[in-house]
Design a protein around this ligand. Structure first.
Ligand code: 2IT
Length: 445
């Protein structure tokens, strides 16, 4: 395999799919050497098969808003790869999405899910529907309209969606409700469900908690403690909330959160009722963080700015792809950052990641660090299949074990001669190996 020729082929076939090509390139560059040690991969054309989704479903979603006007959105589901298990991955509702967004997310999800140790294939989906400023009934009507087409592509052992940006427990509830009615079964073909109808304890916290369990493993190797460290977090949604909650439990100080309107700097640290206020901010449906300073006047709001200019020990992007760029990375390094945990999917640009690796900063890529979310979705699927509910302690314990296991897999392939661990390389190769071996075992399909 030659990375350049595979990329040239993809660029010609899929021009303009920027995020997708970026995600593929990042993986190819890091696995090339290992790939070429295994002639069977080339023989089976594994990489040419793995970079293309198994199937793409795109459909029209017409619905009626509160004023009686007809609205038209696009729905997507990318069933990327089911070599190791049923398709699994979240749904994103955001005005900015395109086919490229979902293909990059589905591609990343395939590797991430492989790392979780659970039998889950990769998928992603969603819509260009923007929940911002929509009423509760509009959101419900949209979710129901969306499922009228998507339901036929789903199933508990076929394809199991969950939440992502713009899709939380409320949206999952509406989508699952319509799915259940149409499919005439209640087997939990969605994760992130409400606790009353098959949801798992700890699933809401899982992505943020898992990122800290991963960070803890990285720090343990270095003999560093999380306690007392200052942390910059971006975003204020579900993932950021879980991360801030765990940081406070571990005695670290989170000094920033952010939204599309700018970032909040709170020198006293975000803990206690400030964490609860994050939920209020999100529930307002306005997608802004500025109201935080009215509630907590010790903090300052920095309109239009990103939190990466603050001097902190740890940076954790928790919002959206490419939210931390080359300049941000340079700034963080100049300010002496010791660790960067990419919690959003592809939160760092390639140039930013390269800067962290060049400076030998402890750097965790999203597909390892944020895998706790989908891993706990896998645990929700297990509970549904067994018709039982585990305690929060039990789910949290299993999440901890899974994150440690992901860390160990990264070490296996990412350790360099000088002892530095390139977690990007480690995660990509470990995820790739599992999917590749499963594909070869199943023949050319
Ligand atoms: O990016 C992700 O891993 C998610 N949005 C969670 C997916 C899931 O199926 O729980």
């Amino acid at each position: 395999m030659k990375t350049e020729s595979v990329l040239a082929m993809l660029e010609a076939k899929h021009p303009g799919e920027k995020e997708y090509l970026q995600a593929v390139k990042e993986v190819l560059v890091t696995i090339e050497d290992e790939y070429n040690k295994h002639p069977e991969f080339e023989k089976h054309r594994i990489i040419e098969r793995m970079v293309e989704p198994d199937k793409v479903v795109i459909f029209r979603v017409p619905w009626v808003d509160d004023k009686g006007n007809v609205q038209v959105n696009l729905g997507y589901r990318i069933q990327f790869n089911n070599a190791i298990g049923p398709y699994k991955g979240g749904m994103r509702f955001h005005s900015s999405v395109s086919l490229s967004t979902f293909k990059f997310l589905g591609f990343e999800q395939t590797f991430k899910n492989a790392l979780t140790t659970l039998p889950m294939g990769g998928a992603k989906g969603g819509s260009d529907f923007s929940p911002k400023g929509k009423s509760q009934t509009e959101i419900m009507r949209f979710c129901h309209a969306f499922m009228l087409e998507l339901w036929r592509h789903l199933g508990p052992d076929k394809d199991v969606p969950a939440g992502d940006l713009g899709v939380g427990a409320r949206e999952v509830g509406y989508m699952y409700g319509m799915y259940k009615k149409l499919a005439q079964e209640h087997t939990g073909t969605f994760t992130g469900k409400g606790l009353e109808f098959g949801g798992s304890l700890i699933r809401p916290e899982a992505t943020g908690f898992g990122a800290f369990y991963f960070l803890n493993e990285m720090f343990k190797r270095e003999g560093i403690e999380i306690k007392g460290k200052t942390i910059a977090i971006s975003g204020f949604g579900n993932v950021a909330w879980g991360a801030v909650t765990k940081a406070a439990q571990l005695g670290a100080k989170v000094v920033t959160i952010s939204g599309p309107d700018g970032y909040i700097y709170d020198p006293d640290g975000i803990s206690g009722d400030k964490i609860d206020f994050m939920l209020e901010l999100r529930n307002s449906g306005q997608d802004i963080v500025a109201p935080y300073v009215e509630e907590f006047p010790g903090a300052t709001f920095h309109p239009g700015k990103k939190p990466w200019i603050q001097k902190v020990d740890i940076a954790m992007p928790c919002a959206i792809q490419n939210e931390l760029n080359e300049k941000d990375a340079e700034q963080l390094v100049a300010n002496g950052v010791m660790c960067v945990v990419e919690v959003s999917n592809m939160g760092c640009t390639t140039a930013a990641t390269d800067i962290f690796l060049e400076h030998k900063i402890l750097y965790a890529p999203g597909k390892a660090a944020n895998a706790g979310g989908v891993a706990t979705s896998g645990l929700e699927m297990s509970q549904n299949a067994m018709h039982i509910q585990w305690t929060a302690e039990e789910v949290d314990r299993q999440l901890g074990i899974i994150m440690k296991n992901i860390h160990d897999q990264c070490l296996q392939y990412g350790k360099e001669k000088d002892g530095y661990v390139n977690y990007v390389k480690g995660a990509n190769i470990a995820g790739f190996m599992k999917v590749a071996r499963a594909m070869i075992a199943q023949g050319t399909i």
